[in-house]
Design a protein around this ligand. Structure first.
Ligand code: G3P
Length: 216
């Protein structure tokens, strides 16, 4: 399973990129708004200059025709930009048109296997089941990831599953076991994936023993 960073914060992306384990970035209008930067295009171009892999930038129209023209414009910003499209009839229509033009789409706000099936049929490059938001309403978000992975595998769809709305490190473990191609994680969760108290205790002991040996 690959890891994308789910943020529009350039500082976080720069810090995470140094680790060499991030292969893409996902943004959404809320994440971009949080950064309070006026020019969406500049933000996406800056992110695309830091990370080689797919960078998802979301359309903001709800109308198919406008989604298509926004997507065509966003796709010119950088070769690694992927268009994030919400799953509505208009979004699926737009994806069908864009995929035929080889513009990659990441279909977002996925909450059911039927939505995921239709997105794959429309030619989506990626699907983003929102795990945390299903958990929030007492549904099993990760079961959706498993179901979508199984359906795509059964019919050999090339659409990649991005486990999204990841809230904690156990979500990443379960997504990996469920066979998600990618988990997109907030910077905080990335750090939580690295940190372990026993690693810290172990390092402290090694350092103390080393100091004792060298007489410091
Ligand atoms: O990847 C989707 C993500 O940005 C939504 O996360 O925590 O707002 O449900 P959350």
């Amino acid at each position: 399973m690959r890891i994308f960073l789910d943020t529009a914060n350039v500082e976080e992306i720069r810090n995470a990129a140094k680790l060499g384990v991030i292969s893409g970035v996902t943004t959404n209008p809320s994440l971009v708004a949080r950064e309070q930067r006026a020019d969406f295009k500049d933000v996406i171009k800056e992110i695309a200059s830091i990370i080689d892999g797919p960078i998802s930038a979301e359309v903001t129209s709800l109308n198919a025709k406008e989604m298509i023209s926004q997507a065509r414009e966003i796709a010119t910003w950088s070769p690694n930009v992927v268009i994030k499209v919400p799953i509505t009839p208009a979004g699926i229509e737009a994806t069908s048109v864009l995929s035929k033009e080889n513009i990659k789409c990441n279909l977002t706000l996925c909450f059911s296997p039927n939505q995921a099936l239709l997105c794959a049929l429309a030619g989506a490059a990626y699907i983003s089941p929102f795990v945390g938001r299903l958990d929030d309403i007492s549904h099993d978000g990760m079961q959706l990831v498993s179901d979508v992975v199984a359906i795509y595998k059964r019919y050999d769809f090339s659409t990649q599953v991005i486990a999204a709305s990841i809230r904690h490190p156990m979500h990443c473990v379960i997504a990996a076991k469920a066979g998600a191609h990618i988990a997109t994680v907030p910077f905080k969760v990335l750090m939580q994936m690295i940190n372990h108290p026993l690693t810290d205790i172990g390092i402290d002991r090694f350092m103390e023993d080393w100091k004792r040996l060298s007489g410091k």
